[in-house]
Design a protein around this ligand. Structure first.
Ligand code: FES
Length: 210
């Protein structure tokens, strides 16, 4: 998300509104407590869990996360506003992330971005009215030798030219990569190991075996 100036006198969360975090989501957040020395340290996993469940992290969800972790809501806002990965409003079914770093810049990334803006009719960090696409820019996507690059959800597209944009947008299968996503932020499966403070996800397992 981008930086926002907030009027602190304006209430953004109705204290009488029903909760937005389900008990299952709260339980999943709590399942991470044994892995860390403090509840505060579970903030990033909590944000991933809530965004995975709802597609975004609303202002009210931030307040409720703060309640589960026993921290101030401002701590949650400080963290979420630092990472462009997190959304405070609904995002599109597909998120297009255009690289804005130097290799892609010199190879024509800006022209690709302009073509996307024109075809989608939106600016950066906006979502099309039909909810199909959101558009953002990020620093290096780790495909510099194939610049310019962009991501559509999880799939990296390399050496993209403005003329390719229409074809990319027309392809309904353009957002998948043929490998499973990381389960780093999934709840621990082995409660015994979790209680001992040992992560059980494949990522952690790989690090231990390396
Ligand atoms: S500079 Fe664009 S992928 Fe690295």
């Amino acid at each position: 998300m981008s930086w926002k100036t907030i009027d602190r006198n304006q209430q953004v969360v109705d204290p009488k509104a029903p909760p937005v975090l389900t008990e299952a989501v709260r339980e999943k957040i709590r399942s991470f407590f044994p892995r860390y020395e403090t509840k505060r340290a579970v903030l990033l996993p909590a944000l991933h869990i809530v965004q995975d469940a709802s597609g975004h992290v609303s202002w009210q969800a931030m307040v409720e996360i703060a309640g589960v972790l026993e921290i101030a809501p401002s701590d949650v806002i400080d963290t979420i506003s630092f990472y462009t990965h997190f959304w405070t409003e609904h995002k599109g079914k597909r998120v297009i992330t255009v690289c804005r770093s130097i290799s892609c810049e010199v190879m024509g990334g800006a022209a690709v971005l302009e073509e996307l803006k024109t075809r989608l009719g939106i600016e950066e960090h906006q979502t099309t009215p039909d909810g199909k696409y959101s558009l953002v820019t990020e620093e290096c996507l780790a495909g510099c030798d194939h610049a310019p690059c962009l991501l559509i959800n999880e799939k990296l597209h390399k050496r993209v030219k403005p003329a390719d944009v229409a074809k990319l947008l027309a392809d309904p299968e353009n957002d998948r990569i043929p490998v499973p996503r990381s389960d780093l932020f999934d709840a621990p499966k082995d409660h015994g190991a979790a209680e001992a403070g040992v992560g059980t996800t494949s990522d952690v397992q790989e690090m231990r075996e390396a």
